[in-house]
Design a protein around this ligand. Structure first.
Ligand code: GUN
Length: 282
């Protein structure tokens, strides 16, 4: 039977720690750390994410501004706005919510954000820093996974780690962070032949696929740690991960539920990055 890795509880604990640090920062510097989030268009999921980020900032005392732009905003206009925010000393962190409308090049926009304000750590400089191990910020979801492992007393060193998914946001940085902690890392993706061959070897399995019930009990090793990064909306409105939770529960040593596993950690890591950014900019 698996230990349930309670992301909600771990997240609440870290947010309390961040809150203390934010209070101290604000007292010392006369202004709270600040995050500006830009959202372009009306994507409903993005609206929810942005609202949740705003609420989380308020909860820990970080100043949060949301700039809402219409879907037809031009790329040049967005780049000029980022340029202005880069130069604004009262703004410590800048986040552009993705996805952007199709006529805007996401890469150009992300890379326009000053590396020291790039709290998503998506820009080229921060990506390079992650791979070389010289980082200030880590991308929020992989950082949240590492924090869950640390705070659950799970060591990565020498373990077989299998990451499913090779996105820039989760899979690739996840693999880098596991390597930094001496894991033996395999990254699987849509073109991987015989996925089960890999997943059954995993001591630590991280799934970021986006398909409900994709990971079944026969694909996991007895005693594995299963980290479910998937967020899938079922027809009945319920949220579920990539993993057949009930099926894998008996076999795993530890498992993250969805909801209440990795999800709450992502925003918590954004709060942490914003505080780090503010401290670096003093
Ligand atoms: N859209 C979905 N996840 C994310 C994220 O972590 N950061 C940003 N900026 N956009 C997202």
């Amino acid at each position: 039977m698996a230990m349930i890795i309670d992301g909600k509880a771990v997240s609440a604990q870290i947010r309390e720690e961040i809150k203390e640090d934010v209070i101290a920062f604000t007292k010392k510097h006369g202004a709270a750390p600040s995050l500006t989030v830009i959202i372009v268009g009306e994507d409903p999921a993005s609206q929810v994410y942005v609202r949740n980020k705003h609420k989380a900032c308020e909860q820990v005392g970080i100043k949060s501004d949301i700039i809402r732009l219409p879907a037809e905003t031009g790329e040049d206009e967005l780049l000029s706005l980022i340029d202005r925010l880069n130069g604004d000393k009262t703004v410590n962190g800048i986040l552009v919510q993705l996805p952007l409308p199709k006529h805007i090049n996401e890469e150009s926009v992300i890379c326009k954000i000053s590396p020291e304000k790039d709290v998503d750590a998506f820009g080229y400089e921060n990506v390079g820093r992650i791979y070389t191990g010289h980082f200030d910020f880590l991308p929020c979801t992989p950082a949240g996974v590492m924090e869950l492992l640390h705070r659950s007393g799970i060591s990565v060193s020498g373990k077989e780690c299998v990451v499913i998914g090779r996105s820039n946001i989760v899979g690739k940085p996840m693999a880098a962070l596991l390597m930094h902690e001496n894991g033996t890392v395999t990254v699987c993706h849509t073109k991987t032949k015989d996925l089960s061959l890999h997943t059954r070897r995993a001591d630590i399995l991280v799934s970021s696929v986006g398909k409900a019930n994709f990971i079944t009990a026969d694909m996991v090793k007895e005693g594995a740690v299963i980290i479910d990064v998937g967020i899938n909306h079922l027809h009945d409105g319920k949220l579920t991960g990539d993993v057949d939770y009930e099926g894998c529960f008996e076999k795993a040593a530890a498992i993250t539920p969805v909801p209440g596993g990795v999800g709450p950690m992502t925003i918590t890591m954004l709060l942490k990055n914003t505080l780090t950014a503010a401290n670096k900019q003093i």
